[in-house]
Design a protein around this ligand. Structure first.
Ligand code: HSE
Length: 419
């Protein structure tokens, strides 16, 4: 590296890449040597001439000190990272999927080669969260990390509730605003949140997390009726990523929509805003809130990591978060069936004598105590829509209840956990 100039190569010049390049134009100690893109001829929001379609040119370029990856996906990023790390290049990445699936391999290789992998942008966009967990909060023993970790789904749920718009309309708006992934399935079905909670749980609990064992549900089955009933009962619906320690020391990690009390702070985190809540000793409870997606906020985290590396090799005064990742033990991960929750259960049943009685007795047989039950008249098709809120119950008992209700033609149309 030439004196005072950190040379970087960037992989990806989409929404986030464009934001990174624009921001870096303001720093004279960073030189962008080359950017790898899929399509050289595509019109872009920044004027940068030295483009290539081969990301390995960047990984193998002896002049490049840092590979910055903002393209997403596994292929070719994993192989590009391995090549770059073996060539002693530092990595800055926003790739949550790659880290959740192959983080262990990447971090081990980085440690062997004495280079740094920084990934502040991979979780919660512009919110500084990886750095604080690894540095200023290091003295804590945590029992919980939980948050709204996906801007697209939070935007959709907010707009469905506030503006009464359809799911499809809200998704289109989120895409137009640059929040959604190239394939929004990752957002709406909870995969994006799953990768992010896997990364957070790894550094918070210092264990290896198997992302395939994380229970995952997205928001595509949430109806405007659920949103209305939740509102009436004093709740908002949010998609949460949650990782908590059980009394036995195992980890309960999951992603699913939840009903949160309308008076809670988390219920007021709207649009593409993300939030991360940590509970530990001695700090108690801390919450980080900010922009979770989009060009500028994500660029903020990527550029912060680039400057941190520049600082580590003594070319600026920026403070470097401690970056090494140890090879932790495997976590013992709980199955959703053994967790305990309260539930919102929406039911559609033929109008008949004894339906509410049948619901009550099937719930009682499965150790489920009911907290509220609402039926509002009979619909034109002679069916009844009934909403039940339970007290805390085992998921396995709830699943059994749903099966037994179905056998009596009482259909559960929505099941949402309540916290
Ligand atoms: N698509 C993500 C979101 C942003 O909507 O939050 C990048 O993780």
């Amino acid at each position: 590296m030439e004196k005072n100039i950190l040379k970087i190569g960037i992989i990806g010049l989409g929404v986030v890449g464009t934001g990174v390049v624009k921001t870096l134009f303001g720093f004279d100690n960073i030189e962008i040597k080359k950017i790898a893109v899929r399509n050289i001829n595509k019109k872009r929001g920044v004027d940068f001439k030295n483009l290539t379609t081969d990301p390995f040119e960047i990984a193998n370029d002896p002049e490049i000190d840092v590979v910055v990856e903002v393209a997403g996906g596994i292929d070719p990023c994993l192989e590009v990272f391995k090549t770059a790390i073996k060539n002693k290049k530092h990595i800055v990445t926003a790739n949550k999927e790659l880290l959740a699936k192959h983080g262990d391999e990447i971090f081990s290789l980085a440690n062997e080669n004495n280079v740094t992998v920084l990934y502040e942008a991979a979780v919660a966009g512009g919110i500084p969260i990886i750095g604080p967990i690894k540095t200023t909060l290091r003295g804590n023993s945590f029992n919980k990390v939980m948050g709204i970790l996906n801007g697209t789904t939070n935007y959709i749920l907010t707009k469905m509730e506030e503006d009464g718009l359809s799911y499809e309309e809200c998704l289109k708006q989120a895409q137009a605003l640059g929040y959604a992934e190239a394939d929004p399935t990752n957002d709406v079905e909870g995969f994006d949140t799953m990768f992010k909670i896997a990364i957070l749980a790894n550094i918070v609990f210092r264990k290896k997390i198997d992302y395939t064992k994380i229970y995952r549900e997205g928001i595509s089955k949430i109806t405007s009726t659920d949103i209305r009933f939740a509102d009436e009962l004093g709740y908002k619906i949010k998609l949460l990523g949650l990782a908590q320690k059980t009394n036995e020391g195992s980890l309960d990690i999951r992603v699913h929509p939840v009903l949160v009390s309308a008076s809670s702070t988390i219920s007021k985190i709207n649009n593409a805003t993300n939030t991360v809540l940590l509970e530990g000793y001695p700090v108690g409870s801390v919450m980080f809130t900010g922009p979770g997606a989009g060009e500028a906020p994500t660029a903020s985290s990527v550029v912060g990591d680039i400057l941190a590396i520049a600082s580590e090799i003594s070319y600026t005064d920026t403070i470097l978060p401690s970056s090494r990742v140890r090879n932790y033990e495997n976590a013992v991960q709980e199955d959703i069936l053994s967790t305990k929750n309260s539930y919102y259960i929406a039911i559609n049943a033929q109008n008949a004598i004894g339906v509410i009685g049948a619901i009550g007795s099937i719930c009682a047989k499965n150790n489920i105590n009911l907290q509220s039950i609402i039926q509002k008249g009979i619909k034109e098709d002679n069916t009844a829509f009934i909403v039940v809120i339970t007290e805390s119950a085992f998921e396995a008992d709830i699943q059994n209840t749903i099966k037994e209700l179905k056998a009596k033609n009482i259909n559960v149309t929505s099941l949402i956990r309540v916290i």
